[in-house]
Design a protein around this ligand. Structure first.
Ligand code: COA
Length: 185
């Protein structure tokens, strides 16, 4: 069952994020890894800034969460995590499709360039990988993240974001997941 999370779910959301983020250990640049991956204060700030979570319940408890945030003229998917023990069983896909069904604006996602399984996950759901100067511009326009995170992240954009938000997008210059290696990963 997918439902909207409430303040009462705060500890469960925090726990799912920090458990699911184990997938990043040894994958993202070492200077971007910290423990816990997301401190409670950071999650509180994100929620105060308008990140709303949908949660997927199994066996009576939350096992996956996915945030969304309305920023200017787009919806950002923020903090998408499924408990490690439940990953690759379709839960993340169900949460993403749930959010996309109700998304009335272009949708974009920022994720670590090195998190190739996450990039593949979003590509399977129709998102396109944006790299180079345009992804830097998008990250600086729609996200509030440090320069180092801009450098080490990519943007995934849905079709509507490509049509309305991504400047100069052209299929011939689109980067495929297999080509990410040329960026030094
Ligand atoms: C990304 C995430 C939310 C997807 O949820 P999920 O329930 O695992 O995903 P689904 O089962 O719906 O889809 C699985 C697909 O996602 C990708 N994927 C996700 N996690 C993966 C992993 N650990 N290893 C390999 N592929 C993975 C694959 O493309 C996989 O497809 P496949 O099974 O055909 O190879 C979840 O794996 C997760 O929490 N990952 C760690 C954190 C993360 O990367 N978050 C996204 C950043 S915004």
């Amino acid at each position: 069952m997918i439902r909207e999370c409430t303040d009462a779910d705060f500890e469960a959301i925090l726990s799912i994020i920090n458990d699911g983020a184990e997938a990043y250990r040894g994958v993202i640049p070492p200077d971007r890894w910290c423990e816990p991956y997301m401190p409670a204060g950071e999650l509180r700030n994100e929620m105060a800034a308008g990140v709303r979570f949908a949660g997927l319940e199994a066996g009576g408890s939350l096992v996956g969460v996915m945030g969304s945030q309305l920023v200017q003229d787009v919806i950002l998917i923020r903090h998408a995590y499924v408990r490690t023990a439940r990953q690759c069983r379709g839960d993340g896909g169900r949460l993403l499709e749930h959010l996309l069904e109700t998304a009335m604006r272009p949708v974009m996602i920022g994720t670590w360039k090195a998190a190739r399984s996450a990039v593949r996950f979003y590509e399977k759901h129709g998102f396109n990988l944006i790299e180079g100067d345009e992804k830097d511009r998008l990250l600086r326009t729609y996200w509030d993240i440090p320069d180092r995170q801009v450098e080490t992240s990519v943007v995934m954009a849905d079709q509507r974001a490509l049509d309305e938000i991504v400047a100069g997008w052209d299929k011939s210059t689109a980067v495929t997941d297999d080509e990410i290696d040329i960026f030094g990963l």
